[in-house]
Design a protein around this ligand. Sequence first.
Ligand SMILES: [Zn+2]
Length: 483
Amino acid sequence: MSSLLIRDAAILTLDRDDRFIERGDIEVVDGRIAAVHAATGPTRDGARVAGRVIDGRNLLAAPGLVNAHTHSPGALLAGTMDTESHPAFMWLNQADTSGRTPHEVYISAMLNAAQMLLAGVTTAIDHFPAQNFGPEDIAAATRAYEDSGMRMVLAVRIFDDTFGDIFPRDTKLPPDLERELARVAPLPPKPLAQTRELTEDAIARYHAPARRLSVFPAPTNPVRCTDALLEMSRDIAARFDVGIHTHLLESKVQTRLAQERHGCTMVQHLERLGMLSPKLSCAHTIWIDDPDIERLARHGVVVVHNPESNLKLGTGIAPIVRMVAAGVTVALGSDGNVTNDNQQLHEAMRLAACLGRVVEPDRRRWVTARQALAMATRGGAAAAQLDDIGRIEAGCRADLVLYDLSRPEWTPVNDPVRQMVFSETGASVHTVVVDGRIVVEAGRITAFDADAVIAEAKPMLAAIRERNRDLYAFARRMCDLFP
Ligand SMILES: [Zn+2]
C-alpha cells in the first residue's frame, strides 16, 4: 500500500462545498485521496498514513489542471508560425507532423508532457497524432503517456474525406500543383474499415482509465468526415463506453461547408446523426449561433475553449459568455504548440475569464475567476469522461498540484481562486502528484529524465523537415494561395 501525507498546506478543494482550508492535511492511499481535513489542533488523526510526508507549510494544494485539447506532435513546433492564416497553418503543420518515426512520436509526446507537468497540468486529451499514422505510432504515444506519469486521453484522430476547408474555394489549383498534390498525397483518407480496425484495436488494447489512459475515437473535424465515419465513431463510443473528441466550427468556412453539404448547420447535422451527448467534446466551436448553443446545452455536449490558439490564428472569439449562460459545460485547452505556443493552462484560464468582457456589456454575465478555474478542472474532467478528478475530495484520484506561496505573485494571499487565475502563470508550481505519485518536485520533473528528452528533441525538427522536404515545399506553395 503506497501512501502520501501532505501536512499543514492551504487547500483549495473545489469540492462539492467549495471549501478553502487555510491549513490542513491531505491523506493519499493507493492513488486516491483518503481524507482531507483541517488541522484543528496539536493532535490529529492524520497518522493513519505511514508513507511519504510532505511539509505543506507555505504551499497551496489545488486540483491538477485538465488540458482538454492538445496535439502532442506540435511539441516540437513552438515558434514556427506567426501571422499565417488557418489554411496555411494547417498545411505547414501537416508537413511538420507527417512521416515521423515512432521514436519521434514518443519524444514529442514526452516533451509535451514535460511542458504540461511543469505548469500543473495532470490530465490531457491528446488529439493525436498527425494525419496519417499506424498502430506503431499509437503504441509509441501510449508508451510516452505511461512513462510521463500523466493521466491521458488518446483521442485517435481520424477522417475519411477531403480537407475542404483548407483548399481554395473559388479557384482551381494550378495544374502543376494539382500534379504535386497527387504525388505527395499529404492527406490520404484511409478506407473506413481500416480506420475502424485501428480505432477499435487502440481502445481494446490501451483503454484503461484506472491505469491513467483512456482512448476515444476522434474525428479530426466533421467537415472532413463522411457520415459513415461519424456514425462509426458514435457507435464505437457507445459500445466501448468512451468519449468522442473533435474539432468543431473553428473557421468560418467550416460553417459554409456544413450548409452546402447538409443544408443545415453542422450542430443540427450532428444532432440528426445522434452524435450530441455528454460523451462528445468539441474543441474551438467558435462559429455557432444561439439555437445551436442551446442544442449543445440540451444534449450535455462539452465545448473545449482554446482562447490562445483562436487569438493567434485570428479565427475568432468563441461565444463562451453565451455558452456559460446557456448552461453548456466548458473545458479549456491549450491546443498544440504550433498555435499557442505553450502548454500553459493558467493563461487559458485568464483569457477565458477576460476575453468575453470586451464583447459583453453586461458585467453580471462575465466569466468569473471561479468559473474559469472550474473550466480547467471540472469541465476538463467532463471532457475526459472522468468523474473522480478535478477536485480534492475523499474518494477522488490524487491528482493535485502544490503551489509555492512564498513567491511574490502569491504575496499576500488575498483570494486563492482569483490569484490562481489572474496572477499565477505556472511559475509557482512546486510539486505535482498524479495518481498519488510525485511526478514533479521542487519544480523538477521526477517521473522521467526530462533533460534526456530535451536533448533528443533538439535536432528532431530539422531531421523531419529534411525527410519531408517535398511535402514541405508543396505546403509552402499551398500557403501562397492563402496570402
Ligand atoms: Zn486542435
